[in-house]
Write a new protein. Sequence first.
Length: 64
Amino acid sequence: MVESKFVKPKFKKRGFVKIKCKDCSNEQYVFYRVSSNVTCNVCGSTLAKPTGGSLETNGEVIEE
Ligand SMILES: [Zn+2]
């Protein structure tokens, strides 16, 4: 199983980012101060994970 590359997107002050799932193209808003892994509401794939007070994502960031 290939480990996806997680990147840390830039965020505006609203604190939410819209992320597109790389597996099923579902789009959902994620609060960037997450404390646990964020999974896709449709397919259950990991969209983002917490790191140092914000998140990293392996999905496509649509809105920042
Ligand atoms: Zn998905």
